[in-house]
Design a protein around this ligand. Structure first.
Ligand code: TRP
Length: 328
């Protein structure tokens, strides 16, 4: 029989190469949790269509993301990796779940409201409104109990819990009510000072960026706007660069704080130091990434193996769903 360990289901949209916000918001958590839990990692390629109908890069973006995951330390033997689009049961469960939630509830979803604002959207397609319904199907198809995600995804997990409850009440208990699991740095600010690092906002440092690229991007980072000259006192708590130091350079935090506040430490030096620390953290990652980039067949093998394992669980759950619903 399978282990009694709790099941994790987590996923990301394949929007291209991952950035350090993905790493500290979720991916690091996935890697540490894979020894304690039974993990499934999903590439949400259908979800990517909610904001972009251009599918020409979807496949390559998915492969790039698998490589980033592997390079970050996801062990595909412990944690199957698969594409949502290859397991048809996701769409089937999505349809059933779409009957269990009102449009008014989905319109109140704060994550959707943020997206509409950030992407300047004039209207929302039906599938985008239903984004959390598909995400609920992703999680519950594998009976995921724990979902390690960034802070912006918490409202979606709440909707998943509501749908699970509604289903169980209507037809009998099939699904768990999953819990989100946040990291300490569940949200990493963007270089431009935006609360969130995100590809669509163009304010990211990629996991695959070279030390030179990191330095170059760091030069554009927004610091305390009141600290104009080197010797002006600064306020670290409003500075994006300081927030990166907190994550990537924790031991020097007291010195950086006092140096910044007293005006001894200038932004140029502080940024150089920060870039070096980020580059150092990412060095082993870049090495592993290069390995997988040179082994495309190995990556495809990992994916097809993951898809086989996921499919098996998905078929079992759908058969249970059909049985309790008497549409066997
Ligand atoms: N919405 C998630 C994001 O944008 C991606 C996602 C899709 C997901 N399905 C999921 C995350 C299931 C966790 C579980 O990051």
């Amino acid at each position: 029989m399978t282990s009694k360990r709790k099941r994790i289901l987590s996923g990301m949209r394949p929007t291209g190469k991952l950035h350090i916000g993905h790493l500290v918001g979720a991916l690091e958590n996935w890697v540490t949790l894979q020894n304690e839990y039974d993990n499934y990692h999903l590439i949400a390629d259908y979800h990517a269509l909610t904001t972009n109908l251009d599918t020409s890069e979807l496949y390559q973006n998915s492969i790039d993301m698998v490589i980033d995951w592997l390079a970050a330390g996801i062990d595909p033997v412990k944690s199957p990796i698969f594409r949502q689009s290859q397991i048809k049961e996701h769409t089937e469960l999505h349809l059933i779940f779409s009957m269990l939630i009102t449009t008014a509830r989905l319109e109140r979803n704060p994550t959707l409201k943020d997206q509409i604002r950030d992407l300047n959207m004039e209207s929302v397609v039906y599938g985008h409104l239903g984004y959390p319904v598909l995400q609920s199907a992703d999680i519950l198809l594998y009976k995921g109990e724990v979902v390690p995600v960034g802070e912006d995804q918490v409202p979606h997990i709440e909707i998943t819990r509501e749908i699970a409850r509604r289903f169980n009440l209507q037809w009998g208990i099939v699904f768990p009510e999953p819990e989100p699991k946040l990291t300490k740095f569940a949200r990493l600010a963007g270089l431009d000072g935006n609360q969130k690092m995100s590809k669509s906002l163009g304010n990211t440092i990629l996991l695959s960026d070279s030390p030179e690229e990191i330095q170059k991007k760091m030069r554009t980072a927004v610091t305390d706007t009141l600290k104009v000259r080197k010797n002006d006192p600064g306020r670290p708590d409003v500075c994006v660069v300081f927030s990166y130091h907190q994550k990537f350079n924790p031991t020097e935090i007291p010195d950086i704080r006092s140096g910044c506040e007293s005006g001894v430490l200038g932004c140029v030096d502080c940024k150089k130091n920060c870039s070096a620390k980020i580059a150092e953290t990412l060095a082993p990652f870049r090495e592993k990434r290069a390995y997988y980039e040179s082994k495309p067949d190995e990556v495809l093998g990992i994916l097809s193996d993951g898809e086989m394992k996921a499919k098996k669980v998905a078929i079992e759950t759908m058969s249970e769903v059909r049985t309790v619903m008497k549409i066997g």
